[in-house]
Design a protein around this ligand. Structure first.
Ligand code: NAD
Ligand code: GLY
Length: 369
């Protein structure tokens, strides 16, 4: 068992990583129950695959759960399901001092976190992430949100969880494509500021995706340590350090928008292709070498992730992709900050990128297929 602290003063909390933790959930979560009861929010697929383990693990200590099971999928991060969830939590008479458990991927974590941030002006929540993406990224750091008609994650709050419990064995029921998509966020930490970790990914990524438990445990710990340090330094993305976590997201967001935020391109897959594009654009701008950009693409390709517009199944033109970027919530004063790189492990926030250069670059990329 490994414990990684997130140091945020009064909002500090621990991330516990323990193989098989769900089967021993009482040891980790019983303290959050009130009157022997814990409210657990999850989705259909996770309920079928993992809820029973959590239920038995808590029953060992006489804790019962009140499950709230929502539909699986990005559509659940919506006003409709936020309202339904809040009504259900109110009907269950959840109190401000209670802890709501989010058992699932980034969709459940983001929705439950946001619901907890506004229920009775704020109550507690605990993250029990069950996708690789949620275990290495979204369960840590307190960004919560739903989507709205105007775009993704545009309505939300910073609200830190009280505790994060990561059981890597939950990944055994996760579809392989979802594992690979989450792995893109692992690679991201190497590309941001840890070239040795990117090298580790090049060597161990294929085994990790195939199910190697040692590789998964190492990557999860390494990733949450990196994220915890960044969040402790810049909780609300004001100094620019936390913004580094958005590497690949501006291009990726445009690709996701083009493909309709659908199963055609999962979020992590969009991030993968977005990171490859960010490196190739950096090379085109003379910021990093073409060799570094090629190395990033080669690794993503080696693990079966999208790494260009063709493999991301993009249909729109360069100008349509740039138009999607203009709706990004990071737009400030008519400028869109981009995460670019001077090399592997040397990502930086560029605030003066000319969108005409981005458009010309995407035209070139588009012409290649
Ligand atoms: P997800 O939550 O939709 O999970 C993917 C699919 O896997 C779902 O169908 C789910 O039911 C299923 N699933 C989850 N765990 C399973 C398991 N152990 N076994 C079997 N099936 C399982 O998707 P995700 O990739 O985890 O999260 C994506 C979301 O996360 C996006 O909405 C994105 O915006 C958000 N996100 C948030 C942050 C943040 O900092 N808050 C960071 C990155 C991404
Ligand atoms: N996933 C980006 C962030 O947490 O800041």
């Amino acid at each position: 068992m490994t414990t990684v602290p997130v140091t945020l003063g009064a909002r500090s909390y621990d991330i516990v990583i323990a193989e098989g933790a769900l089967d021993e959930a009482a040891a980790h979560l019983a303290r959050f129950a009130r009157g022997g009861r814990l409210v657990v929010v999850t989705d259909d697929d996770v309920a079928a695959a993992q809820l029973g383990r959590l239920e038995s693990g808590l029953a060992a200590d006489g804790v019962s759960i009140e499950p709230i099971v929502l539909p699986s999928g990005e559509g659940t991060k919506s006003w409709t399901f936020l309202e339904a969830l809040l009504d259900r939590l109110l009907a269950l008479e959840v109190e401000r001092s209670d802890h709501i458990v989010a058992l699932g991927g980034g969709v459940i974590g983001d929705l439950v976190g946001f619901a907890a941030s506004i229920l009775k002006r704020g109550c507690h929540f605990v993250q029990v992430p069950t996708t690789l993406l949620a275990q290495v990224d979204s369960s840590v750091g307190g960004k919560t949100a739903i989507n709205s008609a105007a775009g993704k994650n545009l309505v939300g709050a910073f609200h830190q969880p009280a505790f994060v419990l990561i059981d890597p064995s939950t990944l055994e029921t996760l579809p392989a494509r979802e594992v690979a998509a989450g792995y893109a966020e692992v690679v991201k930490y190497g590309l941001i500021d840890d070239p040795a970790f990117f090298e580790w990914c090049e060597t161990n990524g294929p085994a990790l995706i195939a199910g190697d438990r040692t590789a998964r445990a190492y990557a999860i710990e390494k990733s949450v340590r990196a994220k915890a340090a960044i969040v402790a330094d810049d909780e609300r993305e004001t100094s620019g350090r936390r913004a580094l976590l958005n590497l690949g997201h501006t291009f990726g967001h445009a690709l996701e928008a083009d493909t309709g935020f659908s199963d055609t391109l999962l979020h992590g897959e969009g991030v993968a292709a977005g990171m490859a594009l960010a490196f190739r654009f950096s090379a085109r701008q003379g910021l990093c070498t073409a060799e570094d950009a090629a190395r990033v693409s080669a690794h993503l390709q080696a693990v079966g992730l999208p790494h260009d517009l063709a493999t991301a199944h993009v249909r729109g033109s360069a100008s349509e992709l740039v138009a999607h970027m203009l709706h990004d919530k990071k737009m400030a004063g008519g400028k869109l900050p981009f995460l670019l790189a001077r090399g592997i492990g040397q990502t930086f926030l560029a605030k003066d990128v000319d969108l005409a250069d981005v458009s010309a670059f995407l035209e070139e990329e588009r012409a290649e297929y």
